[in-house]
Design a protein around this ligand. Sequence first.
Ligand code: SF4
Length: 330
Amino acid sequence: MVPPSFLDDLGQRLLAGGDPITFDEALAVAELPESDVPALIACAHRVRLQRSGPGVELESILSAKTGACSEDCSFCSQSRHWRSPLRPEPFIDLEELVDAARGAEAIGSTEFCIVLAVRGPDDRIMEQVLAAVAALHASTSLRVACSLGILTGQQAATLAAAGIHRYNHNLEAARSYFPSICSTHTWEERHDTCRLVGEVGMELCSGGIVGMGESLRQRVELAFELAELGPREVPVNFLNPRPGTPLQERPLMPPLEAVKTIALFRLVMPDAVIRPAGGRELILRDLQALGMLAGANALIVGNYLTTLGRAPEDDLRMLADLGMPVGRHD
Ligand code: SF4
């Protein structure tokens, strides 16, 4: 049982630049009853406004090679281990990729992330990605990000030299929970790639998926493991149980719990770009705006890798209604 002044005291301390939130305090936040969610939102929103202002960064993502992945991540419909209805697609045509990027730029996105369903890139994929990045740089003013799985040091350096602004590689789950969701690679391999990204000078984008059956303690563990890596951007994905995957029967996370999770991540990582990502429409439902008020300062607009998002106009209207201007966080 936390004292009634817990959130006020915590908020005042964080706003005054005092000690960061501790693991136990973060666990207390994760365990707050629903009746405390409005006060939690107010606390997280104040921290967000102080650290990064009211702006919201928009990103579009594109699946440039879909499905048939060798890995067995139990949440993922792109794994070849599961009987998913998803149809595998080879590397996207360059013209199609550039068209998609121009469309993203037209709706206000400043980041464009090329995502491939692979364990890690081989030489052929590296060539294709480098050609795609050069085409995007030549045709748009978008900042280009990539998500190509586990990297070698040489590959990371090559991507940085090609002008990749940010590299996405999620930890996905807490170290203690990861073996429950994947057996073909380890949490440590993911962690190693995250460290490499920073070492070669790219910004790190790393987050995870919540609602996969992890405990609240493991959710907090993930937030602290991410904080230790210091990612510039943290995508918070909510499990959207995909047909044919081992997690297809998982119950949906309640919307207020999702709001609480965004606030939790904001308080643990006050300076990060926190981006509600996959599953947000399904899980937050009518609480999209509360998600933004709970400390999020970025959004993915348009579609996700294997699922559809809502119309970008709806998100843009929501941000205008919230008084949150669209722009980059530099
Ligand atoms: S999450 Fe990534 S590595 Fe895992 S199966 Fe899906 S595409 Fe492959």
